[in-house]
Design a protein around this ligand. Structure first.
Ligand SMILES: [Mg+2]
Ligand SMILES: [Zn+2]
Length: 167
């Protein structure tokens, strides 16, 4: 069984001006490239789980989600790390689906696909719903970035790695 860090994408890995779907607007947030590399080196699978209600609202299409993901991967090339998988909920909040965070459907789907032990896995996100998904799903912990003491992504990584024994 492997371990993973489940990552929110927008305003956690990349800056989000709101419903981001344009590749030219994709900018990595501080510490993300190096932080992801350190997590990978510590043996974590890196899985993005993203609420994309902009699709359900008709603001953009699923293909735009993937275009932004590809740009994110390009920006990570210099750091010699890549995201292993991207899962997303395309629904609006009022649709009442079970895949929108803090729902756990995508978390469990990823765990089954990648043979992930959730009790050894973590969540990093910028919203309560990100962290709550991890708690509901039995993850070991979650770190909310954007606020002290985890203003930046690399501080969140420091915290997670402090829990993890060598190897
Ligand atoms: Mg976010
Ligand atoms: Zn959904």
């Amino acid at each position: 069984m492997r371990k993973a860090v489940f990552l929110d994408r927008d305003n956690t890995l990349i800056h989000d001006p709101g419903y981001i779907h344009e590749p030219e607007k994709v900018v990595l947030l501080p510490g993300v490239g190096k932080g992801l590399r350190r997590l990978k080196e510590a043996g974590f699978i890196l899985v993005v789980i993203s609420n994309q209600s902009g699709i359900g609202r008709g603001y953009y299409g699923e293909e735009d989600f993937w275009v932004v993901n590809r740009r994110l991967q390009e920006l990570l090339f210099p750091f010699k790390v890549q995201i292993d998988d991207f899962l997303f909920c395309p629904h609006r909040p009022d649709e009442g689906c079970s895949c929108r965070k803090p729902g756990t459907e995508l978390l469990f789907r990823a765990a089954e696909k990648w043979k992930i032990d959730l009790s050894r896995s973590f969540v990093i996100g910028d919203k309560d719903s990100d962290i709550e998904m991890g708690l509901r799903g039995g993850c070991r912990g979650g770190v909310r970035v954007g606020k002290a003491p985890f203003e930046t992504f690399d501080r969140a990584v420091d915290f997670i790695l402090s829990f993890v024994e060598e190897g």
